[in-house]
Design a protein around this ligand. Structure first.
Ligand code: FEO
Length: 168
């Protein structure tokens, strides 16, 4: 059985992952609206990945005899001034998610819940990758600046992304 406070913190995190999915699908819609279809595809896959993160938490809470209580998901932004701004927001968002994961680890340690601590380690590693990926694309966009050819090349490269279920 899982500690009530820990269960509540995990439920809050399910909401954070679902919001992440909602935010990234909104970014995908923005990219589609300016005909950057590769970036739109990349963000759509990112949204799917976030949904799979939420599902991991969902299954874990249920598997531990906890109770998943879903909360309302806030409306995400729907307009950005540039692709660069989108990836600034993406990196800032991932840094917030990392903080959330770290807080969960703190609660797991405080309640001496080693199973949850162990479960969370996958997310600790995943967040390193999430921040690094967002930062890499952000740096490329900074280099590209107003170079349309560079932007189209990046769009073509990122449009190749395919969804693969994250392995535990
Ligand atoms: Fe599920 Fe991008 O963090």
């Amino acid at each position: 059985m899982i500690d009530e406070k820990l269960n509540e913190s995990l439920n809050n995190h399910v909401n954070r992952e679902l919001y992440s999915s909602y935010l990234y699908i909104s970014m995908s819609a923005y990219f589609a609206s300016i005909d950057l279809n590769g970036l739109a595809q990349w963000m759509k896959i990112q949204a799917q990945e976030e949904m799979s993160h939420a599902e991991k938490f969902f299954d874990f809470i249920n598997g531990r005899g906890g109770r998943v209580i879903l909360q309302s998901i806030a409306a995400p932004e729907n307009q950005w001034e540039s692709p660069l701004k989108v990836f600034e927001d993406t990196l800032a968002h991932e840094i917030e998610v990392t903080k959330g994961i770290n807080e969960l680890v703190d609660v797991a340690l405080k309640t001496k819940d080693h199973a949850t601590h162990n479960f969370l380690q996958w997310f600790v590693a995943e967040q390193v990758e999430e921040e690094a990926t967002a930062n890499t694309i952000l740096q490329k966009l900074r280099l590209i600046k107003d170079d349309t050819t560079g932007l189209f090349m990046l769009d073509a490269e990122l449009g190749k992304r395919k969804f693969t279920t994250p392995t535990p």
